[in-house]
Design a protein around this ligand. Structure first.
Ligand SMILES: CCCCCCCCCCCCCC(=O)SCCNC(=O)CCNC(=O)[C@H](O)C(C)(C)COP(=O)(O)OP(=O)(O)OC[C@H]1O[C@@H](n2cnc3c(N)ncnc32)[C@H](O)[C@@H]1OP(=O)(O)O
Length: 226
C-alpha cells in the first residue's frame, strides 16, 4: 500500500500539529537519553517504568493504521513526520533540520547524544550511514532529481565523536534517471565520514509523474518535505 497520502489540511493546521507533536517527540528523545544515563535506585526505575507504560497505553487509544507515510496538502507542502532522520513526530530521529538550495545542495547542523553511540563516545557507523543516506537524497531532491537510494558507499576516515556535527551533500552529476550525490559528516576538526550514492527514480515513479504531469498540465509535482 502506498504511504504517499494526499490530505486536505491547511498550512495553519499543519503548524498547529507541528507545535503539538514536535515537543512531544522531543520529550521522548530526552526520555531515551535519561533511560541510558540514569543512576536512580531500583524502586525509582520500577515506578518510572509503570508511568511510561501508562502513557504508552493512553497514546495507543487512537492510532493511525501502519506508519505515518509522507503526506501532502493541496499547496504541495509535504510532511515526512515519521522519517527516521528528519521526522518531526519521530523520537528516534535526531531530528535534522535540513537546509537546501535548488542547485542540489543540502546541509544541516545537529547534535547526536548517547542514543546514537557505537564505539565508546563515538557515533555508530550505521547512524552515520542513515544520516548521509538522507542528506544525499535531500540534495538530489533539492536539485529536482529525487530518487530511491540504489547504492550508497561510505568511507569512515576517523571516528565521529558524539556531540555537535555538520553534514553536507550535493549533486555530483545526473545521468537520466540516476542522480549521483556526494557528501560528508564533519566535526569541529573536519570531515569524519564521506559518502557517495546513486539515487534512482524508479520505473513506477516515472509512470506516476508522467500521469500527474498530464493531469496537471505540466504543473511540477511537489518535492518539498519537512
Ligand atoms: C526541497 C528538497 C526536498 C527533498 C526531499 C527528498 C527527501 C528524501 C530523502 C530520502 C533519502 C532516503 C532514501 C531512502 O532511504 S530510499 C530506501 C532505500 N532504497 C531502496 O529501498 C531502493 C530499493 N530498490 C528499488 O526501489 C529499485 O531497485 C531502484 C529504485 C534502486 C531501481 O529502480 P528500477 O528497477 O526502476 O531501475 P531500473 O532497473 O530501471 O534501472 C535504472 C538504472 O539504474 C541502475 N540501477 C538499478 N538498481 C541499481 C542499484 N541498486 N545501484 C546502482 N544502479 C542501479 C540500472 O543499471 C539502470 O542503469 P542503466 O543501465 O540505465 O545505466
Amino acid at each position: 500500500m502506498s504511504r504517499y497520502v494526499q490530505e486536505d489540511v491547511s498550512s495553519e493546521e499543519i503548524e498547529r500539529q507541528r507545535a503539538l507533536y514536535g515537543p512531544l517527540a522531543q520529550s521522548v528523545r530526552e526520555l531515551a537519553d535519561a533511560v541510558i544515563r540514569t543512576e536512580v535506585d531500583d524502586a525509582e526505575i520500577a515506578a518510572a517504568r509503570a508511568g511510561i507504560e501508562a502513557i504508552t497505553e493512553r497514546l495507543r487509544e487512537r492510532q493511525i493504521a501502519g506508519s505515518y507515510g509522507v503526506r501532502f496538502n493541496a499547496a504541495g507542502e509535504g510532511r515526512a513526520w515519521g522519517n527516521a532522520v528528519v521526522g518531526t513526530r519521530n523520537p528516534v530521529a535526531p531530528p535534522l533540520k535540513v537546509h537546501h538550495d535548488s542547485s542540489g545542495r543540502a546541509w544541516a547542523e545537529f547534535h547526536l547524544g548517547a542514543a546514537y553511540e557505537g564505539p565508546p563516545g563515538l557515533v555508530h557507523g550505521g547512524v552515520s550511514a542513515l544520516i548521509l543516506d538522507q542528506m544525499l537524497g535531500e540534495a538530489a531532491g533539492a536539485g529536482g532529481k529525487p530518487g530511491m537510494t540504489g547504492t550508497l558507499t561510505l568511507r569512515y576516515r576517523r571516528g565521529t565523536p558524539l556531540g555537535e556535527l555538520r553534514a553536507e551533500a550535493h549533486i555530483d552529476r545526473v545521468e537520466g534517471v540516476k542522480t549521483y550525490a556526494v557528501g560528508h559528516v564533519a566535526d569541529a576538526e573536519g570531515v569524519t565520514v564521506e559518502a557517495e550514492g546513486v539515487f534512482i527514480l524508479p520505473k513506477w515513479a516515472c509512470r506516476a509523474l508522467e500521469k500527474q504531469a498530464r493531469e496537471q498540465q505540466d504543473e511540477p509535482p511537489p518535492t518539498r518535505f519537512e
